[in-house]
Design a protein around this ligand. Structure first.
Ligand code: SF4
Length: 72
């Protein structure tokens, strides 16, 4: 019988993997010296290449999402 395995979003899975790699110590993940490891840039569970939205852009997108849709 198959048991349903809980899936994590990729960045959360990487974070979990890194914590397991260093023995569940967040400080050791921060201090990891394995810069040749392909997961190293993502070890905090975030994507460093992702742009952050400015407050102006957030407000613009919020207005856009709250605008009522036109009926088809
Ligand atoms: S970046 Fe690589 S070496 Fe460093 S903690 Fe994560 S898995 Fe381990």
């Amino acid at each position: 019988m198959k048991t349903k395995q809980k899936t994590l979003p990729p960045l959360k899975a990487i974070r979990k993997h890194c914590l397991e790699c260093v023995g569940d110590c967040r400080e050791d993940v921060r201090r990891c010296t394995g810069t040749d490891c392909p997961l190293w840039p993502y070890r905090f569970g975030t994507n460093p290449n992702r742009k952050t939205m400015s407050a102006e852009e957030k407000a613009k997108r919020s207005r856009s999402l709250n605008r009522p849709r036109k009926p088809k």
